[in-house]
Design a protein. Structure first.
Length: 56
């Protein structure tokens, strides 16, 4: 979680972030208190941290 917070902090902006975690057939959605600036660099950093299929 610290690595994710670091990525989101580096890309601080105005867009709210939600995190959806899947476990089997169950999913939980969390509002993340780190608004971001949506850019290709942010997407690249998130994919590098969480894997290529992390964005949806």
């Amino acid at each position: 979680m610290r690595d994710l917070a670091s990525v989101l902090t580096r890309h601080a902006g105005e867009t709210e972030v939600t995190l959806k975690l899947h476990k089997g057939s169950t999913a939980k959605v969390f509002e993340v208190p780190h608004p971001v600036r949506v850019t290709a660099d942010l997407f690249g950093d998130l994919k590098g941290l969480l894997g290529p299929n992390c964005l949806g």
